[in-house]
Design a protein around this ligand. Structure first.
Ligand SMILES: Nc1nc2c(ncn2[C@@H]2O[C@H](COP(=O)(O)OP(=O)(O)OP(=O)(O)O)[C@@H](O)[C@H]2O)c(=O)[nH]1
Ligand SMILES: [Mg+2]
Length: 361
């Protein structure tokens, strides 16, 4: 027995065909199933459509309430409410071919502990050729960004099967659309096994994909990187913020001179916007999930630590080039050593002290 969870929003026009197609496939393969449609209060007649299908097909509808409309949360609601531990998730818009469901179930039979994915990108898989270059590019960049987290060739796919015994459902914290990725990364699966699919673009109904979702995806990725790589993810992020501060520093250095200041004054002043921008970015991004401490005091601490960091940076350079002949010859290495030492100091001070506070979630 397997529960097929189908999240829907404004899919009344697709659901009858989906239910019939799935039922044909499951009958032919002699697989027992129930279909659980999770609808987020669509302003259409889906409830009536499902009711009219119920005499003939094992389908029920779940209508969650008390939370904002959300695809990922709908899938989680469906997984919780499923009659069986085995769950398969697919879209309602006929993009996902029901024909491969038996192959996906067979993968679960082989290894109950695996996460089974329907993949457009593995050998034998395909997607509609009329995808715009933009959409194609987007999908590939999104996949690439997730590659340190999973071995799946198509981690963006919403077509997957799993045994829910290997997921702690309450620990899931998705942002946006990519619930498959969330489950893969946070679940205790032995690995990902994939089945090639021929993906079709929707012909009925409208897409909900937009820039807001892409931004959410980046935030979701960050959260998963933190989950998987902990302090390393923060350190890399901190480094990227530091690099952006360098750019701010240079911009203001030139801006102040353009406004008529001498280069020495410009140099002394441009430090402030740079360090402030670093402080703010670390506050809302690098350590954005930590509880926020009072602004002014934290800013002062950050400035203080940056100054110590800078002294350290300079001190290391000075010491290496004056005491070690090798570094006097290769001064760039001494400069890099100074930056590395200061970065470590700054990061330690930030994570342990300036932005310290128990993480909120
Ligand atoms: N319950 C629920 N389902 C949703 C929500 N948003 C989308 N869905 C469903 O999730 C599935 C995937 O959504 P789609 O809009 O097809 O997203 P997509 O496949 O990335 O984009 P297109 O196929 O181009 O439209 C479909 O079955 C949608 O009906 C939501 O907020 N709540
Ligand atoms: Mg779709």
């Amino acid at each position: 027995m397997i529960t097929i969870v189908v999240p829907t929003y404004k899919e009344a026009g697709n659901i009858t065909v989906l239910v019939r197609n799935v039922d044909d496939v499951m009958r032919a393969a002699e697989l027992a199933y129930e279909m659980l449609i999770v609808d987020d209060n669509s302003p259409d007649e889906i409830i009536q459509v499902v009711a009219s299908l119920q005499p003939e097909f094992p389908v029920r509808i779940l209508l969650p309430s008390g939370r904002p409309r959300d695809l990922s949360l709908s899938v989680i609601d469906g997984i919780k409410a499923a009659d069986s531990d085995r769950v398969l998730v697919m879209d309602a818009d006929l993009s996902h071919p029901p024909q491969v469901i038996p192959a996906m179930v067979a993968k679960l039979d082989q290894d109950e502990n695996s996460f089974v994915m329907g993949s457009r990108y593995m050998a034998g898989g395909s997607f509609d050729r009329d995808w715009s270059l933009w959409r194609f590019f987007n999908s590939h960049v999104a996949t690439l960004l997730a590659s340190p987290l999973t071995t799946s060739s198509d981690p963006m796919s919403g077509f997957f099967a799993l045994n829910r015994q290997f997921v702690d459902v309450e620990s899931l914290r998705p942002i946006g659309y990519k619930i498959g990725l969330e489950l893969m990364v946070r679940g205790r699966f032995s690995g990902v096994s994939e089945v090639a699919i021929q993906f079709k673009d929707r012909t009925v109904g409208e897409s909900k994909m937009n820039f807001g979702q892409q931004w959410k995806y980046l935030r979701h990725l960050r959260r998963l990187y933190l989950h998987r790589f902990k302090g390393w993810a923060e350190f890399v992020h901190y480094g990227a913020v530091g690099a952006s501060g360098f750019v701010v520093d240079i911009l203001f250095y030139y801006l102040f001179q353009y406004l008529g200041l001498g280069h020495q004054s410009a140099r002394a002043l441009s430090f402030w916007p740079a360090v402030s921008s670093n402080w703010a970015l670390n506050r809302v991004t690098t350590f954005g999930e930590r509880k926020r401490r009072p602004r002014t005091r934290q800013w002062l601490e950050f400035v203080g630590s940056s100054m110590i960091g800078f002294s350290l940076n300079w001190g290391i350079y000075y010491w290496l080039t004056s005491q070690v002949a090798f570094f006097d010859e290769f001064r760039l290495l001494a400069l890099i050593g100074g930056i590395a030492g200061a970065s470590l100091f700054n990061f330690a001070a930030s994570t342990l002290f300036i932005y310290s506070e128990k993480r909120i979630g």
